[in-house]
Design a protein around this ligand. Structure first.
Ligand SMILES: Nc1ncnc2c1ncn2[C@@H]1O[C@H](COP(=O)(O)OP(=O)(O)OP(=O)(O)O)[C@@H](O)[C@H]1O
Ligand SMILES: [Mg+2]
Length: 127
């Protein structure tokens, strides 16, 4: 699971220009926990988003900016999340940024009566 978070945060930083912002949030959702990782980086088109979880997918957005990678990070992330019965999704706009949502069932130990807002953890990183 550590691998999942590291990969998504690494991507958010990697595909964001200097001075850009990466924002992390973690909160209760349904019967689980959701981690949201947003960046204000290069973003992706609808068409590009369709293949990001495929093996060796390297999108035009990365190629154009000459940002290197293997294109395997998100494939492994998706496999791990699926193996934990979780879910991963993405929203993005070219040149505006991307947001990845990773939802995992269960995981909140204790605090069953706390509202989502009380459990939210937010971190803002400036590159
Ligand atoms: N936060 C993001 N913003 C914009 N594009 C992204 C973002 N995350 C992933 N992508 C795009 O999706 C592609 C696939 O991501 P993935 O993490 O699988 O591979 P990679 O980053 O290219 O390589 P690796 O993770 O192995 O170093 C990337 O090449 C990039 O084009
Ligand atoms: Mg990656």
């Amino acid at each position: 699971m550590e691998h999942v978070l590291i990969n998504i945060i690494e991507n958010a930083i990697k595909y964001t220009g200097k001075g850009g912002e990466v924002y992390l949030e973690c909160y209760r959702k349904d019967d689980g926990v959701e981690v949201k990782v947003s960046d204000k980086g290069i973003g992706m088109s609808e068409e590009e988003m369709g293949s990001i979880f495929d093996s060796f997918a390297r999108l035009q957005n990365a190629e154009r900016k000459k940002i290197k990678g293997t294109g395997l990070g998100l494939t492994i992330v998706k496999d791990i999340v699926t193996a934990h019965n979780g879910n991963i999704s993405v929203e993005s706009r070219v040149s505006e940024g991307s947001t990845f949502y990773v939802w995992l069932p269960g995981l909140i130990v204790g605090a069953p009566d706390k509202k989502s807002e009380d459990l939210t953890v937010a971190v803002n990183i400036t590159k």
